[in-house]
Write a protein that binds this ligand. Sequence first.
Ligand SMILES: C[S@@+](CC[C@H](N)C(=O)[O-])C[C@H]1O[C@@H](n2cnc3c(N)ncnc32)[C@H](O)[C@@H]1O
Length: 267
Amino acid sequence: MAQDATDWEHQSAANRDRWDRYAQEHLRSWYRLGDFRNGQPTVDDIQLADLHDVGGKALLHLQCNAGLDTLSWARRGATVTGVDISSKAVEIAQRLAHETAIPARFLCSDIFDLPATLNGAFDIVYTSQGVLCWLNDLRRWGRLIARLLKPTGVFYIMEEHPFAATLDETEFKLRPDCPYLHIAAPDHEDGATYQWFWSLGDIVNSLIEAGLTIRFLREYDFTFYQRVPYMASDDGRWWRLPGYRLPLMFTLLAQMSPDGQGGDAVR
Ligand SMILES: C[S@@+](CC[C@H](N)C(=O)[O-])C[C@H]1O[C@@H](n2cnc3c(N)ncnc32)[C@H](O)[C@@H]1O
């Protein structure tokens, strides 16, 4: 069922308010701020290996939150633009860029409202870790990525595997708690935010339909946060379901050019 623009305006405003309220807390609880200030990348080794060569590239970070990952890419030589709907998160990002003297541009915007002046401007469109559930229309998202990329640009995402969202909130049982396949009505169980479930097929097909070619899709049996209390971690970064090899995270790289040539950033 298609949703009208008014629904989305209301829903994205509710989500924006939540992220505004949560910006400082997210900065403290999620990011390795100390490491970042010491010059370490906040982006993990998997992403650094997948997008190994960002030097001199124009990189757009969609849903960048406080911008530490954006700034980490800048430290590796990318010319970065971060965009997020939360003005509080963007203020933090701008402050951190200023403090660390890392050149970066941060825009406060709904990703779907990005201006046409950015069309075709980026070698890399990047997004990661907890982004897709906030979007109500992945086909539109795929088209947005396609219009922002240069003709041979690449798109990269690291995201929680949609399967992980089906896990029971309290104990492990193979009795899914949430739908795996997309349903149009958003989840509004907390009474505050609106979130959508997208299957892996939805994610991949939105990019293919927008004209991108999938270069790889990798699934992992660990993920970047403790979604449910029965996940365990050895290092505080990656979380697993002990004893099970189930998909909890994925990475995907797609490219604009349909000619079969790999771009510079593709490994
Ligand atoms: C889990 S966070 C982003 C993940 C980020 N990689 C991080 O490490 O914090 C989700 C972000 O999406 C942003 N967001 C949600 N809906 C958005 C929209 N429609 N347009 C732009 N940003 C949005 C939120 O403000 C929030 O900063």
